[in-house]
Design a protein around this ligand. Structure first.
Ligand code: NIG
Ligand code: FE
Length: 404
């Protein structure tokens, strides 16, 4: 992961939605070699990267959770806040009360900002509905936006994000609802490619998560897992056991979990902005995972409770300063390995012939700067599927103007 091929005076030849060739600028000029004379030439200054891939977001939500933010600053932790009526269930109440049009408009604005920071492929989870109808509504919003803006969206069903209040005393019934009604409904409409579970002490146990993932697999969904986010409970081991594409978060991963990940194809997705936003917690053991041989990816975890973060370059900078990643590891973690965390590594995440022509340009002198300017945005141009995206996007409203 610490190796990166960096070409100077380079050019990328794009044919339709795909990359046809990558090489020296002089070799790829129109009228030379295999390049036709009439090819359109676009000159860019700076560094061209493969389009960044944000492999973990919860972008479909309504209001920000400012009271949680404030309570945390006063010393309350994530789980205490949730028990006091904040947390995921506050966003669930909010999302249930909002219209599809409003959710779509808010999500679209957030996707535009993610794209302006270089994210050309974005995974988006449901999980703020927690009833069949609202989970489907969230996923339909994602489906609608997939064709209506330039980034590629990868939808994930996260009905097991929390137990909703109406099932508080009958959680087994909720797990059954997820398995027997929600997953079949989601797959019938082809609304998700993967299923995720928040496997965490006090949320869903390893046994409950295993049940949900088994049902998801039976319906042909790929598997992902919020594993060992706050406290360790064997989530990483479960992700490996079921052959999940990724185990995400991992701040509480055990030595056995690290060994299991290292010996598997499951990608460890780390989300350093989340732990910074939650404050005062130690980060996932990134170096331990890397040294053991695990594949690492990075993502924003964009969500209203633990990571209102819209910039993968910020996440890369945090990975260097908080997780001890090298710059090359950070770049690989948002390109090749993030693609692997979504099961699409053969299609995107590299500037190489045959790959999807998703490109990001940063106006910088050194490729490492993308993981250096903390909170700035060096992105000056983005292409998705061979087409230039309109940038800059101007200012957008990230949250609603009225309470639901
Ligand atoms: O990835 N852990 C579960 N899901 C989110 C938080 C969601 C929320 O607080 O609304 C996460 O951190
Ligand atoms: Fe998450």
């Amino acid at each position: 992961m610490a190796e990166l091929e960096v070409l100077t005076d380079a050019a990328v030849l794009i044919d339709g939605e795909r990359i046809a060739a990558v090489g020296r600028y002089t070799d790829l000029q129109p009228g030379t070699g295999n390049v036709e004379r009439g090819v359109e030439v676009v000159e860019v200054a700076g560094v061209v990267y493969p389009g960044f891939i944000d492999c973990h977001t919860h972008a479909v939500f309504g209001a920000p959770r400012l009271d949680d933010h404030e309570r945390r600053a006063l010393g309350m932790d994530y789980k205490t806040i949730a028990a006091a009526g904040g947390g995921i269930l506050e966003s669930v109440r909010d999302v249930r009360a909002r219209s599809d049009a409003e959710l779509a408009a808010l999500t679209r604005a957030r996707l535009a900002v993610l794209l302006a920071h270089g994210a050309t492929t974005i995974e988006v989870k449901s999980g703020y509905g927690l009833d069949c109808e609202t989970e489907l509504r969230q996923l339909r919003v994602i489906a609608r936006l997939a064709g209506a803006q330039p980034a590629s969206l990868v939808p994930t069903f996260l009905g097991a994000h929390e137990v909703p209040p109406e099932f508080r005393d009958r959680r087994a019934d909720y797990v059954r609802l997820v398995c027997e009604e929600m997953i079949p409904a989601v797959t019938r409409e082809r609304l998700a490619v993967a299923c995720d579970v928040f496997c965490e002490p006090g949320v869903f146990s390893v046994a409950e998560a295993r049940t949900v993932l088994a049902a998801a697999r039976r319906h042909g969904l790929a598997l992902k897992l919020h594993a060992d986010e706050l406290d360790g409970s064997g989530g990483a081991e479960l992700a490996v056991e079921v052959g999940a594409l990724s185990a995400d978060h991992l701040a509480g991963v055990s030595p056995a979990g690290i060994r299991a990940l290292a010996a598997s194809e499951t990608v460890a997705v780390l989300l350093p902005a989340t732990l910074v936003f939650l404050g005062g917690r130690s980060q996932a053991p990134a170096r331990g995972l890397l040294d053991a041989g695990a594949a690492l990816a990075l993502a924003t975890d964009l969500n209203p409770g633990s990571s209102p973060t819209l910039s993968l370059p910020l996440v890369m900078a945090l990975a260097v300063s908080q997780l001890g990643l090298r710059h090359a590891e950070a770049v690989n973690a948002v390109t090749v390995n993030a693609a692997a965390a979504l099961g699409i590594a053969a299609d995107r995440g590299q500037l190489a012939p045959g790959f999807r022509a998703d490109l990001v340009v940063c106006d910088v002198a050194d490729w490492r700067e993308v993981a250096y300017w903390m909170g700035g945005n060096a992105v000056t141009a983005v292409w998705t599927g061979g087409s230039a995206c309109p940038l800059p996007i101007g200012s957008v409203s990230l949250g609603p103007h009225v309470q639901a």
